[in-house]
Design a protein around this ligand. Structure first.
Ligand code: AMP
Ligand code: MG
Length: 417
């Protein structure tokens, strides 16, 4: 029997281009209006413009006295206190030659051009204040509109709403936001060796960790996950799972079974239920990756569900989910295609025997600001993923010497993009 001709490896960037192009064609068009309270992690489907200035008026950033700088030409000037202005109260215009007692966040009264902090003032009997520092005009005043001017766009369509973004939307008065509907993603694991935590481990079995890792990544990315559990290593079962998954989902993510072993049924199942490209990607971990689509019956809306088959090894499926599935989810939600930021960091380790494939090494920061390598970089060692702060993105064939500058991808960013 002739061995099949080895297929050239596809670069990760080429694979991503194809994946993102495929997903962009199926970008979700449905949007929904959600309360700003409930919008954490969602993707904006509108530009958010402010109709107001923020802050809406000049206000003080200190507890102290509002006055006219010209009324305090030298330290020790004594002024009558003409009014008291707590936050939320609008004072009367300031009488020249007087000071207003004022508290942080209160609007600065008309006529005042400076605030002197209370630590530099002494109250004097008879309703007077002695000002012990010469103020500069404008000091301790937050100007109207200095954060946001009315009419400015504060958040752009396609932005993922993190906590700060929700705060910003609230600061311009938005009680609800238009967001893209959540991507619906089906997830299943293949492998007859898999058992669920809670089951007794029979000889030959291992616990299904990918189900938890991948589900977690997808949920954290705001997906509505349909978890189809473990699918047995049989063609009919794999086909049935794909058909069910396609019914209501935009994307099907699976782990395992994408090699070309006799027990790897995803390829024939996908070819029967839709279409498939089986790729060998020049990356480590994560070489085999399958991409395709499953037909959806006309009575379920027609069209197709995208499919990404991740490798079975726990670190491989996790890394490929972060590097390849996340960009697909971004494209589906109309987010701009953007590579994760690589940060230049110092390697405090040696990597003398690099792979011919581009490698993603599990590393973490030490107290000296360099990164250290997890000693076992095997694609089955999930401990490395929990230990790590990020991945060093190492080009193919490049040895690393202690002290070299390497490209670091932070897990915090990879999991929240
Ligand atoms: P496969 O891609 O199906 O050949 O699997 C590659 C390796 O990953 C094998 O050692 C599997 O036992 C392991 N594996 C596959 N799926 C899972 C899973 N869901 N959880 C943990 N390990 C898995
Ligand atoms: Mg398998």
């Amino acid at each position: 029997m002739n061995a099949p001709a080895p297929r050239p490896l596809l670069s990760l960037d080429e694979a991503l281009e194809r994946l993102v192009a495929g997903a962009s064609k199926q970008a979700l068009t449905q949007t929904e209006q959600v309360s700003t309270f409930e919008a954490l992690g969602r993707v904006l489907a509108e530009d958010v413009r402010s109709t107001i200035d923020v802050p809406p008026a000049d206000n003080t950033s200190m507890d102290g006295y509002a006055l006219r700088a010209a009324d305090v030409p030298s330290a020790g000037a004594v002024l009558p206190v003409s009014q008291r202005i707590p936050a939320g109260v609008v004072g009367a215009p300031l009488q020249p030659g007087t000071a207003a007692r004022i508290f942080t966040g209160a609007q600065v009264p008309a006529g005042a051009d400076a605030v002197v902090m209370q630590e530099q003032c002494v109250t004097v009997v008879g309703g007077l204040v002695r000002v012990d520092a010469v103020p500069e005009s404008g000091q301790w005043i937050r100007r109207r509109g200095e954060d946001i001017a009315a009419g400015a766009t504060v958040l752009n369509r396609g932005a993922r709403l993190n906590a700060q973004a929700l705060g910003l939307a609230a600061s311009v008065g938005r009680a609800s936001l238009t967001v893209v509907r959540r991507p619906r993603v089906a997830l299943f694991s293949t492998g007859d060796e898999l058992a669920m935590p809670g089951d007794t481990l029979k000889p030959g079995a291992i616990y299904n960790s990918n189900r938890f890792t991948l589900r977690g990544v997808l949920q954290a990315a705001g997906c509505d996950v349909q978890d189809l559990g473990i699918v047995p290593d049989r063609l009919d079962a794999t086909r049935a799972a794909l058909r069910e998954a396609a019914l209501r989902n935009d994307l099907i993510v699976t782990s395992g079974g994408v090699s070309v072993g006799e027990e790897d049924h995803l390829r024939p199942a996908m070819l029967a239920e839709g279409r498939l490209d089986l790729w060998q990607i020049a990356m480590k971990p994560g070489k085999p990756l399958a991409f395709g689509a499953v037909r959806r019956p006309a009575d379920a809306g027609g069209g197709e569900a995208l499919f990404i088959g991740l490798p079975g090894n726990p670190v491989s499926s996790w890394v490929t989910c972060l590097l390849a599935v996340m960009p697909v989810l971004r494209a589906l939600q109309g987010m701009p295609a953007a590579a994760p930021h690589a940060i230049a960091v110092r390697a405090d380790f040696d990597w003398p025997k690099p792979d011919r494939r581009r490698e993603f090494l599990r590393v973490r920061f030490n107290a000296e600001g360099g990164v250290e390598l997890f000693p076992n970089q095997s694609s089955g060692v999930l401990t490395s993923a929990v230990w790590a702060d990020g991945l060093v993105d190492n080009p193919s064939g490049q040895a690393i010497h202690r002290g070299d500058t390497v490209r670091f991808l932070s897990l915090a960013e990879l999991t929240s993009r």
